[in-house]
Design a binder for this molecule. Structure first.
Ligand SMILES: [Zn+2]
Length: 113
């Protein structure tokens, strides 16, 4: 379950940010998570509750903002949201699609006191 190491990485970022801002407690972390990031949101939330125990982030939550998969057609340059992992251009039905979004895994903001 690699979500555990991801949760630890997010916690490191949150604690570093808190110290840099002379904070003492982390309330919540906002996270952009692409549908193709390979991270299970439920598993990540579960791991988060485990890794924050005994830290300044204990009891905090992660707000996950899901980022859709975005594809760009290599034939007609159309940019579109990929639905149901169907990598087919909705304009020209080409199967030559470049994935340009959906792999995000990024902390966007942290609520600290
Ligand atoms: Zn196309």
């Amino acid at each position: 379950m690699h979500e555990m190491s991801i949760a630890e990485g997010i916690l490191d970022i949150a604690l570093d940010t808190m110290r840099q801002n002379n904070g003492i407690i982390i309330h919540s972390v906002q996270l952009d998570l692409g549908l193709m990031s390979g991270v299970e949101p439920d598993a990540l939330l579960f791991c988060w509750d485990a890794v924050v125990k005994g830290t300044a982030a204990e009891g905090s939550k992660i707000d996950i903002h899901t980022i859709p998969i975005t594809g760009q057609c290599l034939d007609c340059d159309a940019v579109f949201d990929v639905q149901n992992y169907a990598f087919i251009c909705p304009h020209c039905e080409s199967k030559y699609i470049n994935t340009i979004g959906g792999r995000e895994l990024q902390v966007t903001s942290i609520d600290i006191d």
